[in-house]
Design a protein. Structure first.
Length: 452
């Protein structure tokens, strides 16, 4: 059952909407509630309070991914294990994103803080309800490493398009129509993308019918006892933390380092980074095919660890226009980020294959949910870390805080590189349970059949 290009494109459409929504949220949420002091915007909450609320909210909401993944793996329905969650969760995800940027008018700071926390929690919940089951379809639909990397590459290309909409598009909308209209447009767009995606792969998604039967405690125990997973997960999480920190810093960096009236706006900066990421995805894909996914991912970590610190010195070198320095640094930083979008899910799919040989069950959503739980818990610290760094300077003439984000991110990714050197799962796991999507819908026993 080779995946046709049409199926890959439709499946990847979900990534366009989710990235647009997620990146616009990551870019603007802290800035919306706690803008810089000289930005001439209303301060809804103190920046330290927003950072603390988002950190605590992210940690609390991160458990949603693991819980939804567990229930998705155990679900029995005529639509399969994944479809019901996506169909029901997508509209609520969009609604709560819109509510995030429409706090009650004239509310006091205490009421605004409570509102932000609970809307953020609801948003996190329905994000997990949609994204977890959607990601769990990839290992089922693409059983070989070439199909997994190929399908994930399509998701990356479309995800980068969604990132462009979420970062560059939301910047344009905020600049011309304001935060509330931006949120409405992005929310509606994301909802359409989710329904197009699940409608396009409906028949294949329905093949995921054989539920896992481990209890929640047994499922999480088996997941975190998997030695390769314990190496892969923190490596991916550290890379994600560095990227999230950098993304959240962009509006503040542009405001303090570039200036409000320069032609080098955050829109231009983000477009350059996205273009560099897209250009390097085929290079990392070819490298993975010639060597292995794990080696290609290692090289991307080394590249990111070397380039992220450039953000700290861009614009300070004599004899070169500051705008040119910042553009070059942005392109070099963006290049390895494409690999972070490309490899984690296919690598986790290999770990799932390795686990299936030990448990005789395929638990895609549990593994991906556990990954998201840890990743979201860790990346929830990004706003708070940025708030603390901003205390060292986030205004024109006092830029140390926003500049330090690059070096901090680089050191974080180098830590991920050294940790990931111990990962050794092969690209093709021989002793594994066949993915369920390769089985006819009326033959669930085939999903628990012979190793592939």
């Amino acid at each position: 059952m080779t995946l046709r290009l049409r199926t890959k494109l439709l499946y990847g459409t979900s990534r366009v909407g989710s990235e647009a929504l997620g990146r616009s949220q990551g870019l603007w949420l802290l800035y919306y509630y706690a803008p810089p002091g000289d930005a001439h915007l209303p301060t809804l909450l103190p920046s330290l309070a927003v950072g603390a609320l988002l950190t605590v909210g992210g940690i609390v909401g991160a458990l949603d991914e693991a819980i939804v993944g567990f229930f998705s793996d155990r679900t029995r329905s005529r639509w399969g294990r994944r479809i019901p969650y996506i169909v029901l969760g997508a509209p609520l995800w969009s609604v709560f994103f819109l509510l995030l940027f429409t706090p009650p008018a004239d509310a006091g700071r205490a009421a605004t803080a409570v509102y932000l926390f609970f809307v953020f929690e609801a948003l996190s919940l329905f994000s997990a309800v949609v994204v977890g089951p959607y990601e769990a379809l990839l290992p089922e639909m693409a059983p070989t490493t070439d199909e997994r990397v190929g399908l994930q590459a399509v998701k990356v290309y479309l995800g980068v398009a969604g990132t462009a909409i979420g970062l560059v598009g939301s910047d344009f909308l905020v600049d011309h129509v304001g935060f509330k209209t931006m949120a409405l447009v992005i929310a509606a767009f994301a909802l359409v993308c989710q329904y197009v995606a699940i409608g396009g792969v409906w028949e294949r998604a329905k093949l995921s019918r054989t539920p896992a039967d481990l209890s929640f405690r047994e499922a999480l125990g088996a997941t975190f006892r998997n030695a390769p997973f314990r190496i892969l997960l923190p490596s991916v999480v550290l890379f994600a933390l560095a990227f999230q920190l950098l993304q959240t810093d962009i509006p503040f960096y542009v405001h303090a380092v570039v200036g409000r009236h320069s032609w080098l706006t955050s829109r231009v900066l983000l477009a350059v980074a996205i273009a560099a990421a897209i250009a390097c995805v085929p290079l990392f894909t070819r490298l993975a095919r010639r060597t292995s996914k794990r080696r290609a991912y290692r090289y991307s970590m080394l590249a990111a660890g070397a380039t992220f610190p450039l953000l700290g010195v861009a614009g300070l070198l004599p004899g070169i226009p500051p705008e040119v320095q910042i553009l070059v640094a942005t392109a070099l930083i963006g290049a390895p980020i494409g690999a972070h979008f490309l490899f984690p899910v296919p690598l986790t799919a290999d770990v799932i294959d390795d686990d299936s040989a030990k448990t005789n069950q395929r638990r895609e959503a549990t593994y991906l949910g556990a990954s998201s739980f840890v990743e979201r818990t860790a990346t929830s610290a990004a706003p708070l870390v940025l708030v603390l760094l901003r205390l060292l300077g986030d205004t024109r003439g006092h830029t140390l805080g926003v500049r330090l984000v690059g070096p901090v991110g680089g050191l974080t990714i180098l830590g991920a590189y050294f940790m990931f050197r111990g990962y050794d799962v092969p690209d093709e796991v021989r002793e594994r349970v066949a993915p369920e999507a390769t089985a006819p819908p009326d033959a669930p026993s085939a999903a628990l059949g012979t190793p592939g």
